[in-house]
Ligand binder design. Structure first.
Ligand SMILES: [Zn+2]
Length: 342
């Protein structure tokens, strides 16, 4: 028994191919807009009717079996189903009646279905609605990951219009503040603590920081999608950090004590004699904290660099180096290139 000529998909404002998740989200969003508690007077009566339609649409579309039948038969799906059954069971009566608890059940049943029994007494105005989950992006620097950080976050949510109290009417005329909808957008700034050790492109859940509930409904959760900005010095590899550390050729050859950056204060490190280009030194525990309380490492990747200009004295020393006997460092790739071309 459809109470409306509008299709269920139109009522929820979704396309016919919408996913189960889309249906759930659309239902929650719409339920908040037209919840009878947000309205008073004639608007409330109208919203109670709309709310009933919405629940009916949701009940059918959120049930895969009912949805399939609705898609097949349209708003007369219950009759069509009954007719099918009657045809199959020879002799059974083809009549149909209001099925208790079905979409044609009374208002109270529908509320029970919607709110899963967490309803309060006192008629339509006494029902609790949970707040929606909210999601927003946060951009962090790598040092924020080390320490955790407190951020102020601006949220926009739909609340009952303050000018008309949600009735949509002021002195017999449509409310100009909310344009007659009874709801308005409200900005809310909250302060949140983002824990140390968050990873790039993950979501942090802040329980109860989403949209507030109505009438004792529990608040939704706030999800922060974390983006960690690239840093020119510190590259994040999971909980480890990698830093390219420039060294002079003689430091690599002879070994040296040099200063290296860390996420906190620079530290002194020992370059071992005979260090090769691209070799790595590990600074244990100087990486990022994990959410389980461990600590990643910092790796220094050695990059052998040349001075941009050399003095006469240095030239003399290089000439001495050049006269020393060394194997040809290119011998291997030249041999390999010949094998590859033959
Ligand atoms: Zn208003």
């Amino acid at each position: 028994m459809a109470t409306t000529q509008r299709g269920y998909y139109d009522i929820l404002g979704i396309p016919r191919g919408a996913s189960a998740d889309d249906i759930k989200k659309a239902f929650r969003r719409r339920a908040r807009e037209i919840h009878p508690d947000l309205h008073t007077g004639t608007k409330k009566t109208e919203m109670e009717k709309k709310f009933k339609e919405l629940n009916e649409a949701h009940e059918v579309l959120s049930d895969p079996d009912k949805r399939k039948k609705y898609d097949q038969y349209g708003s007369n799906w219950e009759q069509a189903e009954a007719y099918e059954q009657a045809r199959q069971q020879a002799g059974a009566q083809a009549g149909r009646g209001g099925r208790p608890g079905g979409p044609s059940g009374d208002f109270g049943d529908i509320f029970e279905t919607f709110f899963g029994g967490r309803t309060r007494g006192g008629g339509a105005s006494g029902f609790a609605v949970d707040g929606e989950d909210l999601e927003t992006d946060v951009h962090l620097g790598i040092r924020d990951v080390l320490t955790g950080v407190t951020r102020r976050i601006d949220l926009t949510e739909r609340v009952a219009c303050k000018a008309c109290g949600g009735s949509a009417i002021v002195r017999g005329r449509p409310c100009v503040v909310c344009g007659g909808s009874g709801v308005q957008a409200e900005k809310r700034t909250i302060e949140v603590r983002i824990p140390a050790g968050v990873q790039h492109d993950t979501r942090v859940r802040l329980a109860g920081k989403g949209q507030p509930g109505i009438n004792g409904g529990k608040p939704g959760d706030l999800y922060l999608r974390v983006h960690i900005q690239a840093n020119g010095i510190f590259r994040q590899k999971g909980f480890d950090i990698q830093v390219t550390l420039p060294v002079w050729p003689w430091e690599a050859a002879l070994g040296a004590d040099v200063m290296a950056p860390t996420l906190t204060e620079p530290v002194k490190v020992k370059i071992p004699p005979g260090s090769k280009a691209d070799s790595k030194l590990r600074l244990k525990g100087k990486g990022l904290p994990t959410t389980t309380g461990e600590q990643g490492d910092l790796f220094l990747k050695l990059k052998i660099v040349m001075p941009s200009s050399i003095s006469d004295e240095e030239r003399t020393l290089y000439e001495q180096l050049g006269r020393a006997r060394h194997s040809d460092p290119r011998a291997e790739i030249i041999a390999a290139s010949r094998r590859g071309s033959s």
